[in-house]
Design a protein around this ligand. Structure first.
Ligand code: GTP
Ligand code: MG
Length: 197
């Protein structure tokens, strides 16, 4: 699928104030600093559409971007960032969980995980949470430019082993690098297919 237009629409801390209507949307979630905002910029070929930072905790709200006037990409704050205050963390966590519980327009969530790390409990727990709430999700491995192909394969295998202990199948997954433009067509074509269903 080709992206012809991409524009910021609105930021919210309350799922009830997110755009109304029936436009389908796709959300990016994962630990702080995993590369959610960078991935949105890579997919849309717009360097600074979503704000990115080397410091975790950059994205703090639910951000809607309208693509081709037809569907939304949604950038979310990361979970699991130790350095924000406990009360700030609670607020984030509340609106993130509410977003996934109540956002009917959400077609599919993309759970981003850093390809360099072994499966982490916080990510596995989040996938469990999505499963329990009936939210379809895929996995996006990020920062593939940081590893050699063999190491990438090994890390994906580690994930498969762990996930197949609780899930019947390995969720659909994508290997990406926002700095090297890897995985862009695959993710966009996948969204395109879901949009046409
Ligand atoms: P929060 O908004 O804080 O939750 O973070 P985020 O998940 O949106 O991460 P962001 O896109 O801001 O990127 C975090 C850091 O990782 C930045 O320094 C990016 O340049 C870097 N980064 C993101 N994607 C990649 C990638 O594919 N490869 C490499 N090498 N670095 C990346
Ligand atoms: Mg971000």
């Amino acid at each position: 699928m080709k992206i012809k237009s991409a524009a910021f629409v609105i930021s919210n801390s309350d799922v009830e104030r997110c755009p109304k209507g029936k436009i389908p949307e796709y959300a990016f979630i994962g630990r702080s600093n995993v590369g959610k905002s960078s991935l949105i910029n890579m997919l849309t070929s717009k360097k600074s559409l979503a704000k990115t930072s080397g410091r975790p905790g950059k994205t703090q709200l639910i951000n809607h971007f309208i693509i081709n006037q037809e569907w939304y990409l949604v950038d979310l704050p990361g979970y699991g960032y130790a350095k924000v205050s406990k009360s700030a963390k609670k607020v984030f966590q509340k609106f993130i969980t509410q977003y996934f519980k109540f956002r009917e327009q959400l077609v599919c969530a993309f759970v981003l995980v850093d390809i360099r790390h072994k499966p982490q409990p916080i990510d596995l727990e989040f996938m469990q949470y999505l499963g329990e709430n009936g939210v379809p999700f895929c996995i996006i491995f990020t920062k593939a430019d940081k590893l050699k192909p063999q190491a990438i394969e090994n890390h994906v295998e580690d994930y498969k082993t762990v996930l197949l202990e609780t899930w019947e199948d390995m969720p659909q997954y994508f290997i990406t690098s926002s700095s090297k433009d890897i995985g862009k067509e695959e993710v966009l074509d996948f969204i395109g297919e879901l949009n046409s269903n």
